[in-house]
Design a protein around this ligand. Structure first.
Ligand SMILES: Nc1ncnc2c1ncn2[C@@H]1O[C@H](COP(=O)(O)OP(=O)(O)OP(=O)(O)O)[C@@H](O)[C@H]1O
Length: 281
């Protein structure tokens, strides 16, 4: 496994573990760093802990142990810090989480809401915000669909709107949870190419969970393989060998029970179920 480095560190998790209620151990205490501009793919069987790791990076899932340290904001130990960190950490979801009856442009503008007070966001956003949102749609090749309702777009176009919304947030980091799981192979390739190219151009750090090994090998700068709630591989795709794949894919999938006393995540104001939070984004 690659050693933890501090060069260009964007985010570091330290001894971070997650145990869900009913003693489900989803991530054993883990220490790892994510670096500026790096495109990291999380690979693993269903239930290995990919989504849990990904979502705990911005406290959408609350770590039970350990901590998340942002290079920009420090240890995420207050709700203010978590809010600031989330503002700069955009999310892309498998099912887009767009408002279907709204236009592509309106959806992209929701990426700007974190920068405005609730009071301010009740009113139309200023012109520079509109221009930024249009520019983001342009970057994903959908400028001409700006005024189309999202439910009239294809799955691939909807995911590109999701990426444009993430870009409108002007993030330093993008977390994408199985962004191509609902798309056909050709569309998946287009979406992943777009995401990787934009992240490269803008120096955005990306952490993406994927099921397809082939895409991980083609697109990732770094692959983190998970099995049984722990990292079993962490290096560049070129270093991924059959023995690593055996470890990633032949580990027993599914729930792992925590050996010690169940540690239920601490209740916090932001602590909602992943589903609720997806809808709230
Ligand atoms: N909200 C939850 N409550 C209880 N257990 C959960 C919860 N979310 C996930 N788990 C369990 O935690 C473990 C890790 O789940 P996780 O979703 O992180 O895996 P994954 O690798 O992302 O899987 P998939 O590829 O199917 O999305 C699994 O055993 C899962 O059943």
């Amino acid at each position: 496994m690659a050693s933890v480095q501090s060069r260009d560190m964007m985010l570091r998790i330290e001894d971070m573990g997650v145990t869900y209620p009913r003693n489900v151990l989803a991530l054993r205490p883990t220490t790892v760093e994510f670096h500026k501009g790096e495109f990291t793919v999380l690979l693993g069987l269903s239930g290995a802990g990919k989504s849990t790791l990904l979502r705990s990076l911005n406290h959408l899932v609350l770590p039970t142990t350990g901590k998340v340290i942002s290079a920009e904001f420090g240890t995420l130990n207050t709700s203010r810090m978590v809010r600031q960190h989330r503002c700069r950490t955009a999310m892309v979801f498998q099912h887009h989480q767009l408002i279907e009856r709204h236009t592509a442009l309106q959806n992209v503008l929701t990426g700007r809401l974190a920068y405005h007070s609730t009071w301010r966001s009740l009113f139309p956003l200023p012109r520079p915000e509109l221009e930024l949102a249009l520019h983001c749609l342009e970057r994903v090749g959908l400028a001409e669909k700006a005024l189309a309702r999202v439910d009239q777009l294809s799955g691939g176009q909807q995911q590109r709107v999701g990426i444009a919304r993430a870009l409108a947030q002007q993030p330093s980091m993008i977390l994408a949870d199985e962004p191509v799981a609902s798309l056909d192979p050709a569309t998946s390739e287009r979406v992943l190419t777009l995401l990787r190219d934009i992240c490269r151009e803008d120096g955005i750090t990306a952490v993406i969970s994927l099921h397809q090994l082939e895409y991980a090998q083609r697109f990732a700068d770094r692959i983190i393989g998970l099995a049984n709630a722990r990292i079993v591989f962490d290096a560049s795709p070129a270093k991924l060998e059959q023995c690593h794949l055996d470890e990633i894919y032949h580990g027993a999938a599914g729930a792992v029970s925590a050996p010690a006393e169940p540690a239920v995540p601490k209740p916090q104001p932001e602590s909602r179920s992943p589903k609720q939070l997806e809808i709230a984004q």
